[in-house]
Design a protein around this ligand. Structure first.
Ligand code: FAD
Ligand code: SIN
Length: 546
């Protein structure tokens, strides 16, 4: 058993930035399921949106965010991240992050990128490697901290709540509390209890639910699945963002071509060299992401082609190489010199706008359980996230969690926690069956891609629901009679989240933001200007209020 004041699950920007601050007041433990840098954060390219341009304003950033969110953003959450933005960026600089500055004579000003949906240059960046620089700087600061212990290769299986107590030891009518998590040590294969006064889900997104995604392998929706099983509210899962431009190449693993490339002047063209974005939106290439992804999807369906081109060849080659060294080198490996060749691109699953419902302090409806970063639904993104608002949201909300934790807990007094039973792992692993079940992952990814993608319909969603229910049942049966391994844990979580997404998508009978269905192609403000909130009741998905 490992006991701490604060248990953080996940080592991306949300988890690490919180740990660094909280460790000034208490003992912090971070568990992370693979290596410490394995996170979506590490892959972020474009940067972090914040108001620094002399002609920019908080009001403008707020308005752009609200507009992208298509009526579902919670204004107070948006105002919070926007107004806090500049201070949090300066904090990252204090932790060693080196953001790009303008060339002389304006070296004291940030070089601000432009991205879709932003009406001003607003994106602070470290060339096209922002996430990697942030992740490395935070990990370096963590390493030096005596109050932070990081457990790599430790996979959180489930949150520990009253449900895990023997019935006779439960206090009747007491609100649900979280006391930590059961965690699988991938090296020793042991399942340990990590007990804590407060627990923070910072587990990131769920892109791996789809066949094509910009996300790394860790993004299997574990946090949402754990929170749902524990009784937390989950919201807006139908709003899954597809990034319009990922490299089309069989070996490229949906490598992202940053929106900043369009901000730099790149044009989208069909395979016969025709620009098409002006037909779809007055801001053309810099329209909000949902519009660009749907436009590409429509062009591909019309032409029957497998990709469109993103063309930056008209820009100065040296400047392109200087601004996008990572994209330039990565494309070169696949034989594409982006200064001479147009880049074949297709959309891919990218970001989960919904997640575990929190208030403005990052608290969930379960006491002592917080969520921050991509796993959370704070109300910031509504029906569609504005580009480069997610690193910002994660960092600002982790600051909120930090402030709440230090004001709520008395870290000097001894903790008063119930005794929980050890993990009951009596089953035996049936290898033969695992071989069959392990194929379910691809089946889920394919069905999500084919039936729950950029354009949906009731028919497709219903078909997806029938199939996912079958797969989920098979997996649950297998899980119950098996010793734990990380394959089955991820598969179970991925399937749970896929099931929740499908149910949320079927529930919303309109098109809004990222959720587009041919059966209800228009938004319906009268009936649907509201979040989709679910909770588990008696084992079933139940719709509820925020
Ligand atoms: P993550 O950084 O994903 O970290 C999650 C952590 O939780 C990981 O360490 C993971 O291993 C761990 N974890 C997960 N499940 C478990 C478990 N069961 N047990 C233990 N540990 C677990 N956003 C922007 O704002 N600007 C950008 O330019 C940008 N570019 C992007 C480019 C790409 C290619 C991608 C994929 C995303 C991009 N995003 C961008 C989105 C942004 O990177 C993420 O939303 C953000 O980094 C999420 O941070 P996080 O800390 O919430 O989660
Ligand atoms: C990108 O660089 O295009 C990704 C930005 C984001 O997801 O916010």
């Amino acid at each position: 058993m490992v006991i701490s004041d604060l248990l953080i699950i996940g080592s991306g920007i949300a988890g690490l930035s919180l740990a660094l601050k909280a460790a000034k007041h208490c003992q912090v433990v971070i568990v992370t399921k693979k290596e410490q840098a394995d996170s979506n954060t590490n892959y972020a390219q474009g940067g972090i949106a914040a108001v620094f341009h002399p002609e920019d304003s908080f009001e403008s950033h707020i308005e752009d965010t609200l507009k992208a969110g298509a009526g579902l953003c919670h204004r107070e959450a948006v105002e919070l991240i926007v107004r806090e933005g500049p201070a949090r960026i300066m904090e990252l600089i204090d932790w060693g992050v080196n953001f790009c500055r303008q060339k002389s004579p304006d070296q004291d000003r940030f070089d601000l990128g432009r991205e879709g949906g932003h009406s001003r240059p607003r994106v602070v960046h470290a060339k096209d490697l922002t996430g990697k620089i942030v992740e490395q700087s935070l990990l370096k600061a963590i390493q030096a901290h005596p109050n932070i212990k990081i457990f790599e290769q430790h996979f959180a299986i489930d949150l520990i709540t009253e449900h895990h107590l023997a019935p006779h030891t439960r206090v009747k009518n007491r609100p649900l509390h979280c006391w930590g998590a059961y965690v699988f040590d991938r090296h020793t294969k042991q399942i340990k209890q990590f007990i804590s006064r407060a627990t923070v889900l910072a587990t990131g997104g769920c892109g791996k639910i789809y066949r094509h995604t910009t996300n790394p392998d860790i993004a299997t929706g574990d946090g949402v699945a754990m929170a749902y099983r524990a009784g937390a509210k989950i919201a807006n899962l139908e709003f899954l963002q597809f990034h319009p431009t990922t490299l089309y190449h069989p070996d490229a693993n949906s490598f992202l071509i940053s929106e900043a490339v369009r901000g730099f002047g790149a044009k989208l063209k069909t395979c016969d060299d025709v620009e098409f974005m002006k037909k779809y939106h007055p801001r053309a290439e810099l329209a909000p992401r949902d519009v660009v992804a749907r436009a590409i999807d429509a062009e591909l369906k019309k032409s029957g082609d497998k990709f469109v081109y993103l063309d930056v060849t008209h820009k100065n080659a040296a400047e392109t190489r200087e601004r996008f060294p990572n994209i330039y080198q990565s494309c070169l490996k696949f034989g594409i010199d982006i200064t001479r060749d147009p880049i074949p691109v297709v959309p891919a699953a990218h970001y989960m706008c919904g997640g575990v419902v929190t208030d403005l302090h990052g608290r969930t409806n379960i006491l002592n359980l917080y969520a921050s970063g991509e796993v959370a639904c704070t109300g910031v993104h509504g029906a569609n996230r504005l580009a480069s608002n997610s690193l910002l949201e994660a960092h600002v909300f982790s600051h909120q969690v930090y402030q709440d934790i230090v004001s709520r807990y008395d870290f000097q007094s001894p903790p008063n926690m119930p005794i929980f039973p050890a993990w009951n792992d009596e089953g035996t692993l049936n290898h033969e069956e695992w071989v069959l079940i392990s194929h379910d992952e691809q089946e889920v990814q394919t069905l999500m891609w084919d039936y729950v993608g950029i354009v949906r319909s009731d028919l497709r969603l219903q078909r997806a629901r029938r199939r996912i229910n079958l797969i989920a049942e098979e997996i649950e049966n297998f899980y119950k009679k098996t010793s734990v391994n990380d394959g089955i844990l991820e598969l179970r979580n991925l399937t749970t989240v896929a099931k929740l997404i499908i149910n949320c998508a079927l529930h919303r009978k309109e098109s809004r933001g990222l959720h587009f269905t041919t059966d209800f192609p228009e938004p319906d403000d009268r009936n649907w200007l509201k979040d989709t909130v679910i909770i588990q009741k008696d084992g079933s998905i139940t719709f509820t209020d925020w």
